[in-house]
Design a protein around this ligand. Structure first.
Ligand SMILES: [Zn+2]
Length: 403
């Protein structure tokens, strides 16, 4: 890589971030290999590696194989997974999950609790702060080693300001959640919309690895989408759940009729199940219980999932025809139902979408399971507090850096 920027300080920052990103993709590497990959001088690489070792980000781990006969054996380097850590929090309306992650994104400790039914912001901040402290204590990691915290929340979030513009599920308006948590916990805090956080988790750890243009569909209590263009999350709020998909006069909480979310979400599954199915004890039938019944062969439960999948497939086809992404990943809590949801989605998608899009766009399910949200939050903390991958990409473009 040739840095043409006139600002040496900025060039060094970018090179440092680029080097850190080499470690993300290679378990071990050497100074020579990094210089070769990034077209940097060995002196530049050695200086930055010295700093990264001193700061606790990188470790020397023995010797590799010499490239020339009788030549010096290069020293192997890897990420230091014992010195720097981040926190991820997935703040859901039902459950809140907190985890401590290390530099390669492995989770050291994870705790899942029921989210307080009292949604007053002070109450939730207090609950999250206590959960974070408990998770850190149980992980055995000392607080000085924690670099930052990422939190995923449902609703419209202005990430740069750490501000929730509106969260319908919590009924929050204009809440500066990052500042509130920073004041309580003391770590730099990054907040973003839960669907965008899930898509980042896919990019770092899941089905989105190495995919440049990704469409992520989150099917949980509601329905959301996030778009990755040229490896960067498109940072605008979208409302995929509120496209008009049916003429049925079903009113959506957004005030309109026939939205995708009223016929194809966790809440619509539960609503349909509780009016069509009967529970022995008269208790509320959850989406998970509907999935279990469908797997047991209950035709009503099966039909509920088929209809949800059909609507989703139809909606996804509209997005796919408009955007023609490389890959579409279906995630969120309801995607845990597996083929029950995926089969009707794929059937409808194949039927509706243009041939040219169907041939090049892969549709698959998230592989991150129950941890997808918290892993995404960990990825966001790593990305924004350490690896700065998105900024690296921006500088590469705006400064005409050649990689
Ligand atoms: Zn709506």
């Amino acid at each position: 890589m040739i840095v043409k920027s006139g600002d040496p300080e900025m060039a060094r920052e970018i090179n440092r971030a680029l080097i850190l990103n080499v470690f993300r993709n290679n378990e071990t590497t050497t100074r020579t290999e990094i210089a070769r990959l990034l077209h940097l001088s060995k002196v530049t690489v050695s200086n930055i590696i010295s700093d990264l070792i001193e700061d606790g980000y990188v470790l020397e781990v023995g010797e590799g194989v010499s490239l020339t006969k009788g030549g010096r054996r290069p020293i192997l380097l890897k990420l230091n997974t014992l010195e720097k850590f981040v926190i991820g929090v997935d703040l859901g309306t039902t459950n809140t999950v907190c985890a401590v992650g290390n530099l390669d994104g492995s989770l050291l400790k994870e705790i899942r609790i029921r989210t307080s039914k009292n949604h007053a912001i002070e109450k939730i901040v207090d609950q999250v702060a206590r959960l974070v402290n408990e998770t850190i204590d149980e992980s055995g990691v000392s607080r000085e080693k924690i670099v930052g915290l990422g939190i995923a929340v449902a609703g419209q979030v202005e990430k740069a300001a750490g501000r929730i513009i509106f969260s319908p599920h919590f009924d929050w308006h204009d809440v500066y959640i990052s500042k509130l948590l920073e004041d309580r916990i003391g770590f730099r805090t990054i907040a973003d919309n839960c669907t965008r956080v899930l898509s980042l988790g896919e990019m770092w750890f899941g089905q989105g690895r190495g995919v440049q243009n990704l469409l992520f569909i989150g099917v949980g209590f509601g329905v959301g989408s996030a778009l990755v263009i040229d490896n960067k999350i498109y940072n605008h709020h979208s409302e995929f759940g509120h496209i008009k998909i049916t003429k049925k006069r079903i009113k959506c909480p957004c005030g309109k009729y026939g939205c995708l979310e009223v016929v194809a979400s966790g809440s619509s599954i539960e609503k349909a199940a509780n009016s069509l199915l009967h529970n022995r004890d008269g208790e509320w039938i959850s989406a998970k219980m509907v999935a279990e019944r469908a797997y047991d062969g209950d035709p009503v439960a099966l039909n509920i999932f088929n209809e949800v999948g059909r609507y989703l497939g139809r909606g996804i086809s509209i997005l796919a025809n408009s955007l023609n992404p490389d890959k579409i990943v279906i995630g969120g809590g309801i995607s845990l139902a597996g083929s029950l949801l995926m089969d009707p989605i794929l059937r409808e998608f194949k039927k509706d979408v243009m041939d040219v899009v169907r041939e090049r766009t892969e549709v698959c399910r998230s592989s991150l399971g129950m941890d997808a949200g918290v892993r995404g939050a960990v990825a966001m903390a790593l990305n924004d507090c350490i690896f700065d991958f998105e900024t690296v990409n921006r500088h590469i473009r705006s400064n005409r850096i050649e990689v």
